[in-house]
Ligand binder design. Structure first.
Ligand code: CP3
Length: 355
């Protein structure tokens, strides 16, 4: 059952088509800052219990949309579902983040990695996509996502979070061929995974390259951007007569927006260390931009939040092609009322930038 989309501002802005106001959603909009999320997670047992149960993943996806007038929903899942499906054994320890029982360290490890079938090992994800799409009833579009190959490789080789990326950069510098083999396998897995999300109902896609910004410019092109390019080339860009916009987000990648803009993606995520006016000049109309408020502004007074929204809207300027967002995920200690102030400010202040 397919519903006509009631609010398509987000899709239009990604494609640089005219809109009546700037659309907004928040990275990590479903999550720990919401008491209803914490309650459901406690009932379910764990974060992964939410992700692997399509009904619960759907409920959590919809929670922020019941509170706020957001212009998009994002699948509730994680970027580490692919390495988990490859058999690395994902687990989360409170306060320390994600980790793997079996990190990838050698050529033999990389060669042994399977390419997961999205309709088998990752069926819980495509089932969640289909369930959420049905329950959204056409209110707003649903964004599907994955991590970038480089970002997934950092977790897989390190075995968890890291401060200085010694294992993954060690592999990259001492045995680049093995690193390329790993990244290529990840790109192939991600293409299958994202296309399966589109088949199941995702109406837009986003690739999170959280750790591309820790690379030198040359290494960024060789080890991160090249594989995002491969993914963009392999994605289904139309489904059921609609375009599927693709957003690439390299955190800390402000210096590389010009080369990211020619990958064939539709939109680039920008963090708060780059001014949106500079970003817009750099991409020269080739792509839309998403961003870019510092999530920590949500700890400030209401007026300060409104001022920041006004500044960011002005820095992008008039016309379509801007999706308002935070420059990274919302922090878990933010007061949900502050997210409301933020979202309402974008609604109120952005109309004047569109005719
Ligand atoms: O944006 C959304 O609302 C959709 C859901 C989403 C999650 N993770 C839910 C989640 C998305 C898009 C992600 C992506 C993700 N996961 C990224 C890329 C974006 C980014 O933040 O840079 C990364 C690097 C991960 C890996 C990961 N998963 C980390 C670092 C953590 C936090 C660990 C911790 O304890 O702080 C997770 C867990 C995670 N993913 C949570 C949520 C809501 C928190 C889980 C919980 O304790 O309830």
């Amino acid at each position: 059952m397919s519903h006509p989309l009631k609010n398509d501002r987000y899709l239009k802005a990604c494609l640089q088509q005219p809109v009546d106001r700037t659309p907004i959603w928040m990275m990590r909009q479903a999550g720990r800052y919401l008491p209803e999320y914490r309650q459901l997670r406690a009932e379910a047992g764990s974060f992964m219990d939410l992700c692997t149960n399509p009904e619960l993943a759907c409920e959590v996806t919809l929670q922020p949309l019941r509170r706020y007038p957001l212009d998009a929903a994002i699948l509730f899942s994680d970027i580490l579902t692919i390495p988990d499906a490859m058999g690395l054994g994902l687990y989360f320890t409170p306060g320390e983040g994600p980790a793997f029982h079996k990190p990838v360290r050698t050529k033999a490890d990389v060669t042994a990695l399977p390419i997961p079938d999205p309709n088998q090992e990752l069926k819980y994800v495509t089932d969640a996509v289909a369930t959420i799409r049905r329950e959204l009833k056409g209110d707003v579009p649903l964004i599907g996502f994955s991590g970038s190959p480089w970002t997934l490789a950092t977790y897989m080789v390190e075995g968890g979070t890291t401060k200085n990326f010694s294992e993954v950069k060690g592999m990259m510098y001492s045995d680049p061929a093995v690193m390329h083999q790993l990244l290529d396998k990840l790109a192939d897995s991600i293409i299958l995974y994202l296309n399966a999300q589109v088949e199941s109902g995702a109406q837009a896609l986003m690739i999170f390259d959280t750790w591309g910004g820790v690379l030198s410019p040359r290494d960024y092109q060789e080890f991160s951007l090249r594989y995002m390019q491969k993914i963009v080339d392999g994605l289904k860009r139309d489904h059921e007569g609609h375009k599927i916009p693709v957003t690439l987000f390299t955190k800390g990648g402000g210096a590389w927006l010009d080369i990211m803009a020619v990958t064939g993606c539709d939109c680039l995520g920008v963090d708060w260390t780059t001014d949106l006016a500079d970003a817009r000049a750099k991409v020269a109309g080739k792509v839309a931009l998403q961003g870019n408020m510092d999530p920590s502004i949500l700890y400030a007074e209401d007026d300060r939040i409104r001022d920041e929204v006004a500044t960011i809207l002005a820095s992008y300027g008039k016309g379509s092609g801007h999706v308002f967002n935070l420059g990274h995920g919302i922090h878990q200690t933010v007061d949900p009322a502050k997210a409301g102030v933020f979202i309402n400010s974008v609604h109120q202040l952005s109309k004047q930038y569109h005719s």
